[in-house]
Design a protein around this ligand. Structure first.
Ligand code: ADP
Length: 258
């Protein structure tokens, strides 16, 4: 029996097919967010993995910023609930989740069953989000996927004093014209994200174990510096960006069995 979870994010669409609420059957990511063909594309992509049909899906639960735009969902749930359940599926021991997506940062505390206890979120500002990193990668002319490895090669971090994305953009351009090493500049950008995210996480209280979810968790440079800032080890699963979609598939299964 299959359930399907779809996460229609601001920047990327993710989907997971779960078998019997226990085993991941298929996963897919499309780097297009809400309001684009991303949701339809990710649906086709995830079904194609094992040549399944939409009719094979017993229940479809949709989450993410664009969750109310998807026709054909059986139900919708918030990203907070879905990330909490998804991370609990991957790492049952986790009590603090730091989710960094395309446009927001969330620090969540969860119980042993993966139910949300409390959370804090960034205000409507791109500082510290995936968007901030996307903008900086474009200025430096590297792929956002390569930022992590580049930043890890830094020998001397360049300090970025502005947190505001627009001001930081000008600051990075002026550092580039001063011919700093790209690796050192990228590490400085990662430090700025790590500091911003750590201050949010401290506001909510950090209880071990800690995991990261969302696309920015794929950036090893940010993860390493965030570990330094919060002085704790951070668990990152290879499916971290799919945590919301996975949680949606888990919740879809539970809705059928309550
Ligand atoms: P949303 O749910 O808001 O659409 P995601 O959780 O999917 O956001 O995260 C999207 C962000 O993740 C992008 O803005 C980008 O900065 C980052 N990202 C995506 N893929 C990678 C990757 N392979 N390596 C590093 N960062 C990535």
């Amino acid at each position: 029996m299959f359930t399907l979870g779809i996460d229609i994010g601001s920047t990327a669409c993710k989907a997971v097919i779960l078998q019997d609420g226990a085993r991941v059957e298929a996963r897919a990511v499309v780097p297009l967010g809400t309001g684009t063909s991303g949701a339809g594309d990710v649906l086709q992509k995830v079904l194609a993995v094992k040549n399944r049909q939409i009719e094979d899906m017993e229940r479809i639960l949709v989450t993410g910023y664009g969750r109310f735009t998807f026709a054909g969902a059986d139900s919708q749930k918030s990203e907070l609930s879905c990330h909490a359940r998804g991370v609990n599926f991957l790492f049952p021991s986790v009590r603090t989740i730091i989710d960094i997506g395309g446009q927001d940062i969330k620090a969540m505390r969860v119980n042993a069953k993966g139910f949300l206890e409390n959370f804090v979120m960034n205000d409507k500002c791109a500082a510290g989000t995936g968007k901030f990193l996307d903008v900086m990668a474009r200025i430096i002319n590297v792929k956002v996927n390569d930022l992590g490895e580049i930043g890890l090669k830094a020998t001397e971090e360049v300090n970025i004093s502005n947190t505001c994305t627009v001001f930081a953009e000008s600051e990075v351009i002026s550092k580039l014209s001063a011919a700093v090493r790209i690796e050192d500049l990228v590490a400085g950008i990662h430090r700025s994200v790590a500091k911003r995210v750590a201050s949010l996480a401290f506001r909510n209280g950090i209880v071990p174990e800690v995991a990261m979810s969302g696309g920015v968790a794929l950036n090893k440079g940010v993860v390493a510096l965030l570990e330094e800032e919060i002085k704790r080890n951070i668990l990152v699963h290879e499916d971290c960006q799919l945590a919301g979609a996975l949680g949606a598939a888990v919740l879809a299964y539970e809705e059928l069995h309550k």
